[in-house]
Design a binder for this molecule. Structure first.
Ligand code: VOV
Length: 249
């Protein structure tokens, strides 16, 4: 039997997409709209304070395709806090127009054995701690998709031995390193939490880098042999300062 992977786990993560009900919004009075936007900005300020205190992180993206209008990404120490945030949005004035869409629940994950260090065990130093409790970059573009490792007769990721997994993830990491400064990745584990096995959240200044990295990785053995992918969602950053103009009619 293959040895089970031991993970180091960090903050709980919620990817929450919403479709905005523009038709109802257009029928709402200007005063009600400005109150709703002001309340939403206050909510964002409150979340920012949590981030400043290093008790979580979040970011908001305007979705390009028609899968949704907005993508919220929240990281918090507990699932309770994530559920509270969702409820807080739903109870807010603007929540009446934010129709819940696709969501994904996962936990920031790193393998205990570091493939980039000959498979040696990681220690919980400040550097590792910072990766498990990351402050999300507020880069211009984000890309999210869930994925899994194949589990069939010919190729079963969960049946190969640790040394082989380490080798494959080392090659994967070397491809990833070529994108240092261009693509920032956060891997969240979702086995037992959501439909796929991992959530992949990528940030970039240039969205073309998403296409390049995901394409290049398709040729890595670990992806070519074992990678399976869900739907991709792409967004452009929406800063708090731009929220009022986003909702303006
Ligand atoms: C921005 C680049 C980048 C870099 C540097 C990078 C590096 C690394 C390292 C060193 C490790 C190993 C485990 C650890 O250190 O915890 C991982 C782990 C993982 N990755 Fe990755 N990845 C990147 C980027 C990156 C992308 C773009 C993808 C998706 C596309 C693809 O085709 O798969 C991905 C997937 C994953 C997954 C699903 C895991 C978990 C696998 C598991 O079975 O445990 N990843 N990743």
């Amino acid at each position: 039997m293959a040895e089970a992977v031991v993970t180091m786990d960090g903050w709980c993560t919620l990817h929450d997409t919403r479709t905005f009900d523009w038709s109802s919004w257009k029928m709402t009075s200007e005063q009600e709209r400005s109150e709703a936007v002001a309340e939403f900005e206050q909510l964002m300020t409150k979340w920012d304070m949590t981030e400043e205190d290093k008790n979580g992180s979040q970011t908001l993206y305007k979705v390009v395709g028609n899968k949704a209008d907005l993508l919220f990404i929240f990281l918090r120490p507990t699932m309770d806090e994530l559920e509270e945030i969702k409820r807080e949005i739903n109870k807010s004035k603007i929540g009446d127009y934010l129709i819940p869409g696709y969501s994904y629940v996962s936990i920031v994950e790193m393998t205990m054995h570091n493939p980039m260090d000959g498979g040696r065990d990681r220690v919980l130093d400040p550097k590792v701690e910072a990766r498990l409790k990351p402050i999300l970059p507020k880069w211009e573009h984000a890309c999210f998709y869930p994925m899994a490792r194949r589990r069939n007769e010919e190729a079963n990721w969960f049946a190969i031995d640790k040394a082989e997994r380490t080798r494959l993830l080392y090659d994967h990491g070397m491809t990833g390193r070529k994108y240092a400064g261009k693509v920032k990745e956060i891997i969240t584990g979702s086995i037992g939490l959501d439909e796929w096995e991992w959530g992949v959240t990528l940030f970039a200044h240039d969205p073309l880098e998403f296409k390049k990295i995901v394409y290049e990785m398709r040729f890595d053995e670990v992806t070519a042999k074992y990678g399976e992918f869900g739907d991709f969602i792409i967004g452009n950053h929406l800063a708090k300062e731009a929220v009022a103009s986003y909702f303006a009619l």
